[in-house]
Design a protein around this ligand. Structure first.
Ligand code: AMP
Length: 283
């Protein structure tokens, strides 16, 4: 595995791989790698000739300075993690390499990017879309791998790749969960033992919503009330939003076809997100 920290070196490696007719798979991450990232890497390794993992904690997607500063960083562990999984190239640029001057050109995702998490994290998806566009231009992958864990991010990136004609296909990888259902996340490391015990209630609440929908409930507000009821059993958790969206990520009132339930919640100063696909039942 080669670690590239400069864009010029990364481009050389990509040119060489292209000469060797290798397909290129890219897994963009912010590091603090865990088995969720591992699932993306394994899929890329199975499907592509050259696997590039990128690690960049992107400052312009953080709406809170403390969240950016506290974000877990452990390059040695991350690079060992990638090496063990057969990654070919680890691209880990500095902030100065990615933003040699303050960015003045951005990729916006109006509509989709302003709802749900976007409503609570102003500028977040603009930062995500901008850095992913930059990474697509730098790595020029054939396939880029993203987790369903960040379902709204995945939808925005699919939209961006289509709207801006990036010659890349976007592959979605199912959410990897702990045994108790909690979605694996770098932010879970910040939870105290007591908070960690409480955290899976978010998944249980989404499961209750999915169960009701599969059982024939069509009133989204009733499903949301049931989700809130499950969450209320755990005083340590504070719901930010729970929403039920259609395949275009538009909130629905009446559930007519398969939907997705998304939620964000706070435990102390840690913000967790999760989502579940909720197919309508036969009734
Ligand atoms: P991050 O480093 O948190 O920006 O995540 C990098 C990529 O890994 C994103 O595409 C995430 O959706 C994905 N990812 C993070 N956690 C998980 C998980 N538990 N299961 C599947 N994919 C994940």
């Amino acid at each position: 595995m080669e670690v590239a920290t400069s864009i010029s070196r990364l481009r050389e490696l990509i040119r060489d791989a292209r000469r060797r007719k290798l397909s290129i798979g890219c897994v963009p991450t912010m590091g603090a790698l865990h088995c969720g990232h591992g699932a993306l890497i394994e899929r890329a390794r199975a499907e592509c000739g050259l696997v590039v993992v990128t690690i960049f904690v992107n400052p312009i997607q953080f709406d809170r300075k403390d969240d950016y500063e506290q974000y877990a960083r452990d390059f040695e562990a991350d690079s060992a993690f990638c090496r063990q999984r057969g990654v070919d190239v680890l691209f880990a640029p500095s902030e100065a390499e990615m933003y040699p001057q303050p960015a003045r050109t951005f990729v916006e995702a109006p509509g989709l990017g302003d709802r749900l998490c976007g409503a609570f994290r102003p500028g977040h998806f603009r930062g995500v879309a901008t850095v992913v566009a930059k990474l697509f231009n730098i790595v020029q992958p054939d396939v880029a791998y993203f987790g369903e864990k960040d379902a709204q991010q995945l939808a925005i990136i699919r939209q961006m790749a289509a709207d801006l004609n990036f010659p890349v296909s976007i592959a979605a990888v199912p959410t990897v969960r702990e045994e108790d259902g909690l979605a694996v996340s770098s932010r879970n490391r910040r939870l105290s033992a007591e908070q960690r015990r409480a955290a899976p209630v978010l998944f249980r609440a989404l499961c209750e919503g999915r169960r009701l929908i599969a059982g024939g409930e069509r009133d989204a507000s009733k499903v949301k009330t049931a989700i809130c009821r499950v969450l209320a059993a755990e005083p340590a958790i504070r719901l930010e939003y729970a929403e039920i969206v259609d395949s275009h990520f538009k909130p629905v009132h009446h559930i007519e076809s398969d939907v997705r339930i998304l939620a964000a919640a706070w435990i102390g100063s840690t913000r967790l997100i999760d989502n579940l696909a909720a197919p309508v039942g036969d009734r």
